[in-house]
Design a protein around this ligand. Structure first.
Ligand SMILES: *Cc1c(COP(=O)(O)O)cnc(C)c1O
Length: 424
């Protein structure tokens, strides 16, 4: 396996030390193959809003697996999941299920290009939208972590169709539209960025984006693969009250199994085959086990109190981490939206990719390794968000703050005294 992994950030290159191999998970914890237990703030990178092995989800999957694994034909549960998504996210009038977030965003882009007859797209520096060719330009996290500005293998002609401007920069966005009047098919954005670490939208930024695109006939795609059902049941678009033309989803709607989705205005979605000419298909799309896990997850998180609980737990963790950093005399900035959080080892506020990159990844690496030694598994990169689940108890958050406090204090020691391996 290249680098020993099936997805780059798992290799711990950004933090040093050897990756842990997971044997099992339960609630807020994972156990590695050596028998060590960790409080988990990765949550499979977002899907596990219920924590690991929620009994109702496991039961729903087990029951559906008695009926088969895949049919490549219609099932009732797909319709139920589609109905639940369109009910939860009113801008989604029609939805198509796919197998991953990457597939969702590349399909939404193709649709936007078809609908507008334009080739150019615009994305924001540091936002990650999966690894489709058009989107691997200034793409944050995994890519930033590895220090690869762009990926070889992406045709230059295609990359040239992707304009990039800084996140949260209204002026740069306006200039891009002025320079390419009525040429931009789509703007794709993480309405709360999670892939350069957690970076919230500045007040007025999403509104300005919506106004500019409406004037220019450009399709707005909210990539809510991470934020959908995470920052609110209706996603970031519900939290900030902005209606995109298309939305991409993934992660939570699959309950930890592989799912993605894209949807939006009926007039756009009706261009997708077989209703229309824009081709997109999938052998395993709407897979019964994944749909069952997603449906059950949504059923549980829409119960009253879920988002209030996540908010309270994460606020407690955020203020605890900030307090421990102050006590230890380590300069940090905590960014948080709902149950997404990043402890940036940076002095100034982090509002875009340039300011995120001013953080200190080696310091984060040392913090990560000592935290891991103390049984807390934060994301293995400075440029990723931590996720809190409803399985985390208040006592887990308190234990985490204590472990983080010890890790932060150790940052004043020489690297050789900190424990863990050196970053490599
Ligand atoms: C995770 C993520 C993706 C990619 O989803 P995969 O299922 O990993 O392909 C796309 N966009 C955002 C915002 C994501 O967080």
């Amino acid at each position: 396996m290249p680098g020993g992994v099936n997805s780059p950030v798992r290799a711990f290159h950004a933090v040093g030390g050897d990756p842990i191999f997971i044997a099992s998970g339960r609630g807020p914890r994972v156990k590695d193959v050596d028998g060590n237990e960790y409080l988990d703030y990765v949550g499979s990178w977002g899907p596990l809003i219920l924590g690991h092995c929620h009994p109702d989800v496991m039961d729903a999957v087990a029951r559906v697996l008695e009926t088969g694994t895949s049919f490549g034909a219609c099932t009732e549960a797909e319709v139920e999941l589609a109905e639940e998504i369109t009910k939860a996210v009113p801008s989604i009038e029609r939805v198509r299920l796919v197998n991953s977030g990457t597939e969702a965003t590349l399909s939404a882009l193709r649709l936007a290009r078809a609908a507008t007859g334009r080739d150019k797209i615009l994305k924001f520096e540091g936002c990650y939208h999966g690894h489709a060719d058009s989107l691997l330009v200034k793409a944050g996290s995994g890519v930033a972590t590895l220090g690869l500005p762009d990926s070889p293998g992406v045709p230059r002609a295609l990359a040239e169709m992707t304009l990039t401007v800084p996140f949260n920069d209204k002026q740069a966005l306006t200039r891009a539209f002025d320079a390419h009047p009525r040429e931009i098919a789509a703007v794709i954005v993480e309405p709360v960025s999670g892939n350069m670490g957690c970076v919230p939208p500045a007040p007025g930024f999403l509104e300005a984006l919506r106004d500019l695109t409406e004037k220019q006939g450009t399709v707005v795609i909210f990539d809510e693969v991470m934020t959908g059902f995470r920052v609110a049941y209706g996603g970031a678009q519900a939290l900030y009250g902005i209606k995109p033309d298309l939305t991409t989803l993934g992660k939570i709607i699959g309950g930890g199994l592989p799912v993605g989705a894209y949807g939006g205005k009926a007039a756009l979605m009706d261009m997708v085959a077989p209703a229309g000419p824009v081709y997109q298909a999938g052998t395993l799309s709407g897979n019964p086990a994944a749909v069952a896990a997603g449906l059950k997850t949504l059923e549980i998180i829409r119960r009253p109190g879920t988002y209030e609980r996540l908010e309270a737990l994460t606020a407690k963790l955020a203020s605890g981490l900030a307090g421990e950093a102050r006590k230890a005399g380590v300069v940090t900035n905590v960014n948080r939206v709902a149950s997404m959080l990043t402890l940036f080892f940076a002095g100034g506020p982090v509002v875009d990719f340039a300011s995120a990159k001013k953080s200190d990844p080696p310091a984060y690496g040392a913090f990560f390794r000592v935290s891991l030694d103390q049984g807390v598994y934060f994301p293995p990169s400075q440029f990723e968000a931590a996720f809190i689940s409803i399985a985390h108890a208040e006592s887990d958050i308190e234990a985490t703050i204590r472990a983080a406090g010890a890790a932060l204090s150790s940052l004043r020691l020489a690297p050789s005294e900190r424990g863990g391996g050196a970053p490599r």
